[in-house]
Design a protein around this ligand. Structure first.
Ligand SMILES: Cc1ncc(COP(=O)(O)O)c(C=O)c1O
Length: 388
């Protein structure tokens, strides 16, 4: 039979989603794949119930239902400090995942180089390879996850087409400061590079930190694509509603990829989501406060158990140090499998996020009900005894 695609050899299936299957298989509390175990806002569910009888149920307008795009333009424009045109600057996609894929395909040609920071969200490498692009990794050094501007500039000098930035970052929890983003923006302008921002955690920012939208910085609107989604902000990861925001000259191209990739987003879900997008600012304040509470609960518990971790500035992950618990010769993947089986908590091996050789880090998320987090902490308190 004919040879299958060669690209697959450069990436595996998603380790994050594999850890979810393993957690389910052994009854572990799944702190691997980041999704909440509490309900989305009731007003959105009430509207969804109505829509189930009222419709719409047929194909949507490909670029997203007009009222959904208008609500996105209002909400995102408010936070970005810019009036957005729902017809020319926004496309609704199947999660931020599709927004990223469409953008990478629309802005690159085979052989182009894409700068990304390491640790990185595991989708990025696979998405770059699917588009026949080559990733260039720039390290973010723990525990503060700072980058060396000279190393970054060297990456730009290699003729990169695009830089892909997760802000706030999964898995590191880094929130890029305005100064850091300005430095990156200067490089983008000087070396004629596009900035593709993954901003799905834009509303999960902890005290002392602030989210800056790259497309607000001088000279950056023209060359920035902001990808985000409703998954995290409204606790609807399964609705698969995301979007890209970009200037018309980029958006025209991104839309073409969307059109043929997925045709459109689920009509009834867009309709129900409009309710969430129209929430007042107080929703985002309460949402942020809820995450601050979960972070406090979970990291406080880890401290009590004596598990070392990096304190996130945003998003809902901690990177925990497993050097004390990992057996000699055991890989971090094996460690995570055993942790799920013996301790009953699912997490993600750090090696799936780092370009560097990393074995002593795992990622845990805390987007869970208090009782789930307390149960997970209770199980983790036996880690020394059970992982011997
Ligand atoms: C950084 C980051 N980007 C994108 C996604 C996927 O988002 P969506 O559900 O909108 O496709 C995730 C999900 O975990 C994520 O962590």
């Amino acid at each position: 039979m004919q040879e299958l695609s060669r690209k697959n050899q450069y990436f595996t299936d998603s380790v994050i989603r594999r850890m979810t299957r393993i957690s389910l298989g052994c009854g572990a509390i799944n702190l691997a794949q980041g999704f909440p175990d509490y309900d989305p806002p009731k007003a959105m569910l009430d509207r969804l119930a109505e829509v189930s009888y009222e419709g719409p149920h047929q194909y949507p307008i490909t670029m997203g239902a007009p009222n959904f795009r208008q609500a996105l333009a209002d909400k995102c424009g408010r936070f970005m400090g810019r009036k957005l045109d729902p017809d020319t600057e926004i496309v609704a996609t199947i999660g931020s995942t599709e927004a990223m894929v469409d953008t990478i395909f629309a802005l690159t040609n085979p052989g182009d180089k894409i700068i990304m920071f390491s640790p990185y969200f595991e989708n990025y490498k696979a998405q770059a390879i699917m588009a026949d692009c080559e990733p260039i990794f720039v390290p973010l050094t723990p525990p503060e996850f700072k980058f060396d501007p000279n190393v970054l500039e060297d990456a730009f000098k290699q003729g990169a087409k695009m830089i892909l930035i997760c802000n706030p970052s999964n898995p590191s929890g880094k929130v890029f400061t305005e100064e850091e983003l300005k430095l990156i923006a200067d490089l983008c302008i000087r070396y004629d590079v596009y900035a593709v921002m993954d901003e799905v955690y834009e509303h999960i920012i902890y005290e002392g930190h602030k989210h800056t939208y790259m497309n607000r910085l001088p000279g950056m609107w023209e060359r920035t694509v902001s990808c985000s989604s409703l998954s995290k902000t409204y606790s609807v990861t399964g609705w698969r509603l995301g979007y890209a925001i970009a200037p018309k000259h980029l958006m025209d191209r991104i839309k073409q990829y969307h059109d043929f990739n997925t045709v459109g987003c689920p009509s009834p879900l867009m309709e129900a989501a409009v309710v969430g997008l129209n929430f007042p600012d107080s929703y985002y304040e309460e949402f942020g406060a809820h995450y601050a509470h979960m972070k406090q609960l979970f990291t406080g518990g880890l401290k009590d158990i004596g598990i070392k971790f990096t304190d996130p500035e945003g998003a809902y992950f901690v990177l925990a140090d497993i050097s004390e618990f990992r057996k000699k010769g055991q890989s971090d993947v094996e460690f995570c499998e055993q942790l799920a089986e013996k301790v009953g908590v699912g997490c993600v091996p750090g090696s799936s996020f780092f370009k560097e050789d990393v074995n002593d880090i795992v990622r845990l998320h805390f987007a869970k009900k208090d009782e789930t987090l307390l149960a997970a902490l209770d199980r983790l308190s036996s880690i020394r005894e059970k992982m011997k």
